[in-house]
Write a protein that binds this ligand. Structure first.
Ligand code: G16
Length: 558
């Protein structure tokens, strides 16, 4: 039975260029007439050949935020209009980003449309987002996102199928015209995946033999709550008090669902006050994670290095598949490089954006990777995976406990520093600054790089060894990504990186990253901010950040 498809005239909107990870704007922007429709249709038209949208199978789901129900209906109508053959949708439109990536791979789907603005706040006055993932389960590469953008600039007509409102609340299969819509359980396949990667018996054994060991997982009222509940309470048999904020809410309970020390402060406070051994949080769409312990914060850069160090010993997936290579984004600290060197593994430095890891993974050259932006993952899917990282950490703790190496997060960190040295790392974010000042600041630095005037210059105790505007040459598809961030490297190996975020929805967000390496054991327990203060002072002086943005304090320090 075919459906009636109406051709509806539309006009292009400016600024529908996908950023680091999809199109993120205020809900009110998406609610404008045909705004969402234009972008969804452009996405469908940009689905790579062979086949494109016609006959495609698409996975659809999101992080539970405000406006998802409306967007789902729009996607159903436009998909039917474009001749899509099947939609696989999480019940109530709920799918974490890693769960969606898994489903795309598992069902060999053409791709997926993910409804999320990740860690950005939700609700009628906050953000919504749409991003397209390709058949390997990862975020669309720039060739596809550029095509989407090009189509949005000239779009004239929408092809809207005349179908009744679809019920996404009930699990089951329905047909609208020639298109099948499968509404599936949101957590089941992902839980199965986790059980195939980790040794859940070993984890249960650890908790049984350490009955006083307490963990607390904060779902931040984002999408991971139900997944965390399923894994920690149902599978591992931990008490319900081991999870907090585990109900997905359309506005994340008014919070900012970003797992860092600022926005996950309730978790941080409880871990310290109640003496909880292990704390973790994930973001709105479930791809980020933060790991803490009593008196210990694990920087995401250290986290991925530590996971890489223990992977083969503590995680069955890597015992079976091996570890073929490691990677990090450019601003991420170099801690993981040190692990790669010691283990004789290839390691890569890619621009910010998870999409850059996809080719390396598909080519079998990268097994574990991470970003300073609280993203950690492996080649089990093609997105970063918050809960995967949490269970990886629990597996490391169970292993280290059994080997009598360490049990607390603090001691695991110290053990790592003893073996590799410590990469002190911090990121300063200046959110929603005026774009003009932010752009001028970066342009000035780019000018100084071109003219060579910074090279060899000394700032405080730091002498510049080299500066560049990072460029990535993808070793697999040979694509070149330029202007990926200003990198200032000093003679002692310390680094300062300055770039503008590609995920903000209002004004510009300046990110300033600083890193200093130490192999002086007396420093391993030092406070990060104190250890980095001299470098941060010089970074501010070099960038003239205050002068250009008018800000003298960052919005968030991680
Ligand atoms: C996205 C990307 C990440 C990136 C992060 C921050 O994460 O998937 O790869 O590191 O944004 O990017 P930026 O510094 O440009 O804001 P998420 O969790 O927001 O999807």
């Amino acid at each position: 039975m075919s459906v009636n498809v109406k051709t509806v005239p539309t006009t292009p909107y400016e600024g529908q260029k996908p950023g680091t990870s999809g199109l993120r704007k205020r809900v009110k922007v998406f609610q404008q007439e045909n705004y969402t429709e234009n972008f969804v249709q452009a996405t469908l038209q940009a689905i790579p050949e062979p086949g494109g949208a016609k006959g495609a199978t698409l996975v659809i789901g999101g992080d539970g935020r405000y406006y998802i129900p409306e967007a789902l209906q729009i996607i159903a109508k436009l998909s039917a209009g474009a001749g899509v053959s099947k939609l696989i949708v999480g019940q109530n439109g709920i799918l974490s980003t890693p769960a969606a990536s898994n489903l795309i791979r598992k069902f060999k789907a053409t791709g997926g449309i993910l409804l999320t603005a990740s860690h950005n706040p939700g609700g009628p006055n906050n953000d919504f987002g749409i991003k397209y993932n390709v058949s390997n389960g990862g975020p669309a590469p720039e060739s596809v996102t550029n095509k989407i953008y090009e189509i949005t600039k000239t779009i004239k007509e929408l092809y809207i199928a005349d179908i009744p409102k679809v019920d996404f609340t009930t699990i089951g299969s329905t047909k609208v015209g020639d298109m099948t819509i499968d509404v599936i359980d949101s957590t089941e396949d992902y839980v199965q995946l986790m059980k195939s990667i980790f040794d859940f018996d070993a984890l249960r054994e650890f908790f049984k033999s350490n009955p006083n060991y307490r963990i607390l997982f904060d779902g931040m009222n984002g999408v991971t709550g139900p997944y965390g509940y399923h894994l920690f309470v149902k599978e591992l048999g931990l008490p319900e008090s081991s999870v907090m904020n585990f109900k997905p809410l359309a506005d994340f309970g008014g919070g900012h669902p970003d797992p860092n020390l600022t926005y996950a402060h309730d978790l941080v406070e409880r871990v310290e006050k109640e003496g909880i051994d292990f704390g973790a949080a994930s973001d709105g769409d479930g791809d980020r994670n933060m790991i803490i312990g009593k008196g210990a914060f694990v920087t995401p850069s250290d986290s991925v290095a530590i996971i890489a160090h223990y992977a083969k010993a503590a995680i069955p997936y890597f015992q079976k598949n091996g570890v073929n290579g490691l990677a990090r984004s450019m601003p991420t600290s170099q801690a993981i490089d040190l692990v790669a060197k010691q283990q004789g593994l290839e390691h890569f430095e890619v621009p910010t954006g998870w999409k850059f890891f996809g080719n390396l993974m598909d080519a079998g050259r990268c097994s574990i990777c991470g970003e300073e932006s609280f993203g950690t993952g492996s080649d089990h899917i093609r997105e970063k995976d918050g809960l995967w990282a949490v269970i990886a950490w629990l597996s490391i703790i169970a292993y280290a406990n059994k080997q009598k190496l360490a049990t607390s997060v603090h001691d695991i960190l110290q053990l790592h520093y003893k073996q590799y040295g410590r990469n002190f790392f911090s990121r300063y974010d200046y959110e929603e600054v005026e774009s003009k000042g932010a752009n001028e600041m970066v342009e000035r630095l780019q000018g100084q790089i071109k003219s060579g005037e910074l090279k060899g210059k000394t700032f405080g105790n730091f002498k510049i060894a080299f500066v560049d505007d990072f460029e990535y040459n993808d070793p697999i598809d040979k694509s070149v990504s330029s202007n990926q961030g200003v990198r200032i490297v000093f003679e002692d190996g310390s680094r300062v990186i300055i770039r503008l975020s590609g995920t903000g929805s209002q004004g510009a967000t300046v990110r300033l990253y600083v890193e200093k390496y130490s192999n002086n054991a007396a420093e391993y327990d030092a406070d990060t901010q104190k250890a980095l203060k001299p470098l941060i002072d010089q970074a501010l002086a070099i960038s003239q950040l205050k002068e250009f943005t008018g800000r003298d304090t960052p919005t968030v320090i991680t």
